[in-house]
Design a protein around this ligand. Structure first.
Ligand SMILES: [Cu+2]
Length: 140
């Protein structure tokens, strides 16, 4: 009995996977991939591979760019500014806590990177698509 409960409690961690996201690949103002589909307990490891960027949660619409320090939206998160100018390839790990659609962007340059399209989505759905979020960010 006890062992069965114990096993069930471990299930999420047994099947959790990591999703790798490159930040600023090829010196571009972009996250790659832009859309991550992840289960509860999964991790997303963002690696900054050029310049100086942040990984910051954002609201879906309205004044998206730049996200505020600390991030915006439900369950906000923010890596702060991470620089690869020294070649250290800094990382930020986000653990998925639910399957609600979440959106994010870079806070750099007063929203300049965000408005240039440096955005991403975690578990977007039919009514909150990445394409719509990107359009909202560019217009914000
Ligand atoms: Cu940036």
């Amino acid at each position: 009995m006890f062992s069965k409960v114990f096993f069930l409690a471990l299930l999420p961690s047994i099947f959790a996977v990591n999703h790798a996201v490159s930040v600023g690949a090829n010196n571009a103002l972009a996250f790659s991939p832009t859309t991550i589909t992840a289960a509860v307990g999964d991790t997303i490891t963002f690696t900054v591979v050029s310049r100086n960027h942040s990984i910051s949660s954002a609201q879906f619409s309205g004044a998206i760019c730049p996200p505020p320090a600390g991030g915006a939206g439900f369950g906000p998160f923010d890596s702060g500014f991470l620089s690869n100018l020294d070649g250290s390839l800094p990382t930020f790990v986000y653990t998925v806590v639910d399957t609600q659609p979440r959106f994010g962007a870079c806070r750099q340059a007063n929203g300049g990177h965000c408005r240039a399209g440096m955005t991403f989505a975690i578990n977007p759905d039919a009514s909150h698509t990445y394409a719509d979020f990107l359009a909202n960010a560019r217009a914000s």
